[in-house]
Design a protein around this ligand. Structure first.
Ligand SMILES: [Ca+2]
Length: 190
């Protein structure tokens, strides 16, 4: 999964005695940054052809990453200081398969499974995500989890869910290339 950084610098005059003028360089407005994950825990800056959005300097505040148009790639919503919020559509052409998972728990008050841990293993590669509330400054992404499934084209994947109360379930026949709702009432015991 790539890493997106929303950024700006604090003006030196707001931090008297913390950052001395001779140690401060750069402007308040900054370019945002996208880092690609090589799958082995190493991220590298993707700057050359990331798109026009990454060429613009701005005062970034918060951001969420989500597949807004359900085409398989992850888009961005970027909140800026004193400027309109931006929706940044990912116009790449996703070749790999994917699946997006939402949880539903009709048995208690935590209807969307906040805190649940969701795991998918494909071709020997395990991915784990957690349903969270609050991701960035004043921001909240949808309570869905996006999984890239690599270059293969599996007909179905098994999704494992550990609910916040510790109950472990599996959903063995989840079809890729769609957003699915996994209902606790339909899960199988692990
Ligand atoms: Ca998308």
């Amino acid at each position: 999964m790539p890493l997106f950084l929303i950024r700006h610098l604090i003006p030196q005059e707001r931090l008297p005695g913390v950052i001395e003028p001779e140690h401060f360089s750069g402007s308040y407005r900054q370019k945002q940054q996208l880092f690609l994950n090589d799958g082995k825990g190493v991220f590298s800056l993707h700057a050359d052809d990331a798109g026009d959005f990454f060429e613009e300097e701005m005062v970034g505040r918060g951001a969420i990453a989500a597949d807004l148009d359900l085409d398989g790639d992850v888009d961005l919503v970027v909140q800026r200081s004193n400027e309109p919020t931006l929706v940044v559509e990912n116009r790449g052409t996703p070749k790999n398969s994917w699946v997006e998972v939402a949880l539903s728990d009709g048995t208690g008050r935590n209807r969307f499974g906040v805190g649940a841990r969701v795991e998918i293993s494909v071709a020997g590669r395990r991915q784990v995500r957690q349903v969270t509330c609050g991701d960035s400054y004043c921001s909240q992404r949808p309570l869905t989890l996006h999984f890239g499934l690599g270059a293969g084209e599996p007909a179905a994947v098994e999704v494992k869910v550990r609910w916040p109360d510790g109950t472990a379930q599996r959903f063995p026949d989840v079809k890729p290339r769609q957003r699915v709702v996994l209902r606790r009432e339909e899960g199988k015991a692990q």
